[in-house]
Design a protein around this ligand. Structure first.
Ligand code: HEC
Length: 424
């Protein structure tokens, strides 16, 4: 889609260029006449459908829908501003490190098309030129789930602090199930900070020791795995929903549901998600660039399928580096301007091979000074904690072990971490 669009945009510009060959001076003095040929229906809708509709459609998190000209037109100037500044679409990975399958960034040609459209009066053009609108089945981006599980309705007060809620829902699965896609939807989104759903295997009563199944936070895309790989929910497992509600001035109710799609046959690879974290840090009051590290050494050959940094409001930047057994190292992911409002996981275009003995090191910086406009309180030392005014330092890794499906992701992740962040 992207390639096709770029070509059609180029063709448009080439055509416009040809028209002006005989009157170069007119072309130079009146660039707006060139822009007139760019229309919503033909040039802009394909970009918005492809890149923005994920969030800018009815029932999603963004403030307006891009699904029709009527809805888009009032936002034209703001759209130009947001795409030129690259505030939209939200994307925070440094393009110098890694190539990402889910990269949302617009190409230069796409941005130029939007600028030309707005400067030409943001015209509609011929509705017959519209591409087919993307289809969203009953709101699920993963398609209609094979199975859904919901928590009982929760009441969120108008104010105060709500501790994490842990709610278990039985799956009643009598055989192992392999999840190829998972999506979380909530009715009380306005007061929802995040959801993490863990797989609680039979006999495991721990809250978060199990394999992470899926998460939801603003900007987080549903999990979809490639062919040949999936997450396993063993027979008899329960799903443990970790709910973090943040009262927003209005009492609200919430029912959160996870939708799952299953593999038709046992896949080749079992995906695990583990945190590489440091819980032992103290960020001094006022510190504007406090460094915290965490690391984990792989004991088996593995392949990384996604990476995701997680910090709270003082998080500033985050880097994930691999040091290979031969001593060489490589930056796998660099997020130079971390933004707590966008929890993005990064899916490498080509899976990242991790030979056994590779050390994954995460390096984060925190700004606990007055310069950080999101800082809830620059006069306090800050430690690990669940609430947003406390901090976290986690590099989430999803991966499979090359040597088979049965390998365990970790034993007791929290307990195995030292204050320096090296995990066993
Ligand atoms: C991952 C979700 C997501 C994607 C993708 C996305 N947006 Fe947004 N957008 C949002 C959210 C959420 C807001 C509200 C942000 C806020 O209030 O800070 C927003 C805000 C905006 C605004 C500003 C609205 C205002 O209130 O001033 C514009 C304009 C915009 N988006 C345009 C776009 C365009 C154009 C694209 C595609 C090229 C896009 N967005 C892609 C989620 C998204």
């Amino acid at each position: 889609m992207r390639r096709a669009l770029t070509i059609s945009a180029l063709a448009t510009f080439a055509l416009v260029g040809t028209l002006f060959i005989g009157s170069a001076s007119e072309a130079n003095t009146n660039p707006k006449s060139a822009a007139k040929n760019v229309t919503y229906s033909k040039d802009v809708a394909p970009i918005l459908y492809k890149t923005c509709s994920e969030c800018h459609r009815p029932g999603e998190i963004a403030p307006f829908s891009v699904m029709s000209y009527k809805e888009v037109r009032p936002w034209a100037k703001s759209i130009r501003e947001q795409v030129v500044s690259r505030e939209m679409p939200p994307w925070h990975a440094d393009p110098n490190h890694g190539v990402w399958e889910n990269d949302r960034r617009l190409s230069k040609a796409e941005i130029d098309t939007i600028i030309a459209w707005v400067e030409g009066g943001a015209v509609e053009g011929n509705p017959k030129d519209l591409p087919a609108a993307p289809k969203f089945e009953s709101g699920w981006a993963i398609g209609t789930p094979d199975k859904t599980f919901s928590i009982p309705e929760q009441s969120i007060p108008a104010d105060g602090v709500v501790k994490y809620q842990y709610l278990t829902v039985p799956t009643n699965f009598t055989e192992d199930m392999w999840v190829t896609a998972a999506e979380i939807r909530s009715t009380g989104r306005a007061a929802l900070h995040h959801v993490i759903v863990y797989i609680q295997e039979p006999g495991n009563q721990g809250r978060t020791d199990g394999n992470l199944l899926a998460g939801f936070a603003p900007g987080e895309q549903p999990a979809k795995y490639r062919a040949d790989m999936a997450k396993k929910i063993p027979a008899g497992s329960k799903l443990m929903f970790q709910m973090h509600y943040t009262p927003n001035g209005e009492a609200t109710k919430d029912v959160t549901t996870i939708g799952l799609r299953f593999a038709k046959e046992t896949p080749k690879h079992q995906i695990f998600t583990r945190p590489v974290l440091n819980t032992g840090f103290v960020i001094p009051a006022g510190a504007d660039n406090h460094e915290v590290k965490s690391s984990f050494t792989f004991k088996d050959d593995a392949h990384l399928v996604s990476l995701m940094p997680h910090m709270h409001l003082r998080g500033k930047d985050f880097q994930v580096k691999a040091t290979y057994p031969d001593g060489t190292s490589k930056i796998l992911l660099n997020v130079p301007k971390y933004d707590f409002n966008w929890q993005t996981y990064y899916v490498p275009k080509d899976l990242i091979a991790i030979p056994k003995g590779t050390k994954i090191e995460c390096v984060a910086h925190f700004d606990n000074s007055v310069n950080n406009k999101f800082n809830p309180d620059p006069t306090r030392d800050v430690r690990w904690g669940e609430q947003t005014w406390e901090e976290m330092m986690i590099g989430w890794l999803s991966y499979y072990n090359d040597n088979g499906s049965g390998a365990k992701p970790m034993d007791r992740p929290m307990a195995s971490v030292s204050n320096k962040g090296e995990q066993k």
